[in-house]
Structures are given as C-alpha cells and as structure tokens.
Design a protein around this ligand. Structure first.
Ligand code: GDP
Ligand code: MN
Length: 378
C-alpha cells in the first residue's frame, strides 16, 4: 500500500524522524486557513501516489495568504501523470542548504535490505543512477543482523555528504531503518533529505510503501481508507483478483504473477498494447474466470482478450470447463484467444474445441495466441 506524502511523514514521525509541521486539507479555504495558522512561508504540496510533483507544478512556495490561495486553487484538481489532486499538504517551509537522497528497500535477489544514499538529492534517483552512478552509496543489510551505527557512519562517509550533515544524517538513517523494518515497509524513501543552514537534517519528502501482508500487526485503517483505486482496479480488488490497469487494447488474463507479466510482455513484443495485468492465481475455476472476464469486459478500451493459462495443479479440463461455464454466465463483447498448456492440456483443448467460434479461438502456443489477440485488437 502506497502512502501519500503526509501519511509517510506521520509514519516517519512515529519513529522519531524529523519532519516539518503541516496540515492535510481538501479545499482551498482550508488550505488558506492552515497556511495562516502555520505562518508564512509555507509550501503547498499536491498529495498523489506519484513522484515528480515538483516538476509538474504540484509543489509551490507561498509567502502570503494571497499566494497560498492562488497555489491551492491551481494545484487542487491538477492532473499529475494521470493522478488528479484531491488532497493538499500545507507545510511550514524550510530553508535548504543542501538536498540529499536516502532510501531503504528490499533487494530480492540479494535477499537483503538495500540502503541508498546520495549527496545528489532533489532529483530523481533514476537520473542520478544513469548520469552519475558513483554518486549513490549503497549498503546491503542482512535483516537478521540489522544495521549498527558504525556501519551507518561509514555509509554516510562514503556518500560524501557535507560534514555538517554527518551527525544528523546518521541519526535520521538509523531511525529510517527502524521505520522500514519495524514498520513493515517495502520502501522508505526520503528525497530530499535536507541539511538546513542551521545544520539540522530532516525529511522534506516521504515516499513510503507498506507491506500489506503485515497489516495484521499494525493499525493501518486510516491509510487504507484513503487508497484511491481506479474503478477497474476497485472492481477487481473486490473480487480478490490481482489487477493493474494499463492503457492498451488487449485484455490479459493469466494464472500466476510471472505468467501474467510474461503475457503483458509478449503482447508488447508482437506489437500490441496490454489493457491490464491480471493474475487469477492458482485455481482457474469458473467463478474466478467469470469474475476476471467481467472486469476485463467492463473496460471500454478492450478490443480483444488473451487468456493465457498454464495448468499445474489445476488440470487442463478443469480450466477449459471453467472458461466455458464462465462464458455461459457473462456476455463478452470482445473476441477471446486462449492458450492452454500444462497438465492435461490436450483434454482441455478438446473441450474448448467444441465451443470454437469467431469469438473464441484456441491457439497452441503463447506466441501464436499473442499474435492472434493483437491482430483482433486492430
Ligand atoms: P517531488 O517533486 O514529488 O519529489 O516533491 P518534493 O516534496 O521532493 O519537492 C520538490 C522540490 O521542492 C524539493 O526538491 C525542493 O527543492 C522543493 N521544496 C519542497 N519543500 C520545500 C521547502 O520547504 N522549502 C524550499 N525552499 N523548497 C522546498
Ligand atoms: Mn521528492
């Protein structure tokens, strides 16, 4: 679950990380009232689940009531990379001497936590990684050992921050690691982490993603309540499907996250554009399949549907029967191309073969099925 910046800062504050005071609001009047209370200058900040808000005009300094009103009016309703701004965070402005980058995330292949620290903050870390990779100091932390102060100190030295920032950075990074681990986050990113002219180090931005699997150990209801999914995603979520909306024309249904990703890739590879990622999980029964087809069918951009199933524990004939039963329950507007392989695939294809038509086509390989689905979407 991704948090808004203001929630990320609440989360940080619980672990003692220094952040600026501020108020979350939803209207221009409330924004102005909050700014007046905080005292000028303030920063008016768009709250959306996407980075690069500053560049998109979603972060503005206001030095008086009139400017606060103007910026709040301009930023509310602004579309930032497809995310419409409904919440603002009004924050007491900070003086900045330097901007740094700090984050903890999980390096799955190393099976360790990865810390990244750079003296080049404020810009996107992907850009730094491309233009000046040596400017990012990385550490890998064994979760069963943890991170001690001496290691953090060496890390800060390697990142070549201003010596005035050393003590503050060591303290903040220690707390950030605690927040990351005890708080069950997948990502804790501070960009920028700033050094003020008075020599204090604090978090000026917060990007936090929490691990939903750990929600039972925390009280995250307040965060969850503000999660805004698009309609398609909400419908899929309600049906317990793993769905991510994309903006192409080929609807994708696959079993297993890996296969679903490969399916999205192959649609792209043969010149098509996937409308979504959808993983129906292990059991491709009629109910799950009907739900998945319904979600895809409700997407007006979809012109064809590619069902890619590899039968493992679920046998081919069960999958095929599931699809046929599902098609009896929901009316589908777009042609469907199915690739069915794995356990008892022959039996499954025989069942599908009896229902073949212009609207239901079976192909023996993933590549042929992808090509057919992409062709039908044109
Ligand atoms: P992002 O663009 O979505 O990453 O939003 P940030 O919160 O990181 O803000 C973008 C940039 O705005 C920062 O890198 C700062 O340069 C600037 N900024 C944000 N808050 C302040 C502030 O309190 N004072 C000053 N002077 N600049 C700020
Ligand atoms: Mn930022």
């Amino acid at each position: 679950m991704d948090l808004f910046e203001y929630q990320g800062k609440q989360f940080f504050a619980e672990y003692g990380i220094a952040v600026s005071p501020g108020e979350a609001v939803e209207t221009v009047d409330d924004a102005v009232a909050a700014a007046d209370r905080l005292g000028y200058p303030v920063v008016v900040k768009a709250q959306v689940h996407v980075g690069g808000r500053g560049k998109a005009g979603g972060v503005k300094l206001a030095s008086n009531t009139a400017e606060a009103r103007e910026h709040a009016g301009n930023i509310l309703g602004l579309d930032i990379k497809g995310h419409v701004v409904k919440h603002l965070w009004i924050e007491k402005a900070s003086d900045i001497a330097e901007e740094y980058y700090a984050s903890f995330t999980l390096d799955r292949s190393a099976k360790k936590h990865l810390g990244m620290l750079s003296a080049q903050g404020g810009v996107e870390i992907e850009t730094v990684a491309e233009t000046d990779p040596d400017a990012i100091a990385k550490i890998w932390v064994d979760p069963s050992v943890g991170l001690d102060e001496a290691t953090i100190r060496a890390w800060v030295a390697a990142a070549k921050l201003n010596p005035d920032a050393t003590e503050g950075a060591v303290e903040l990074l220690g707390k950030l690691y605690t927040a990351f681990t005890e708080g069950d986050a997948d990502l804790c990113e501070v960009n920028p982490m700033i050094l003020t002219p008075e020599g204090r180090v604090h978090a000026l931005d917060a990007k936090v993603s929490l691990d939903n699997n750990a929600s039972f150990r925390h009280d995250w209801d307040a965060y969850d309540a503000t999660q805004s999914r698009d309609e398609r995603e909400q419908a899929a979520h309600d049906k317990g499907l793993q769905y991510v909306g994309l903006d192409g024309e080929v609807g994708v249904i696959a079993n297993g996250a890996g296969l679903a990703m490969s399916t999205v890739d192959i649609v792209n590879q043969v010149g098509g554009r996937p409308a979504n990622f959808l993983d129906i999980g292990g059991g491709a029964n009629a109910e799950v399949m009907a739900g998945a087809l319904e979600v895809i069918n409700n997407d007006p951009k979809v012109k064809s549907i590619f069902i890619n199933i590899f039968g493992g524990i679920t046998k081919g004939e069960e999958v095929a029967n599931g699809i046929v039963t599902a098609l009896g329950r929901v009316t589908i507007d777009s042609p469907i191309v199915i690739r069915l392989d794995g356990t008892n695939a022959e039996e499954g294809r025989a069942i599908l073969g009896r229902h073949e038509s212009d609207m239901l086509i079976s192909k023996p390989t993933m590549l042929e099925a992808a090509r057919a689905a992409v062709e039908l979407a044109k």
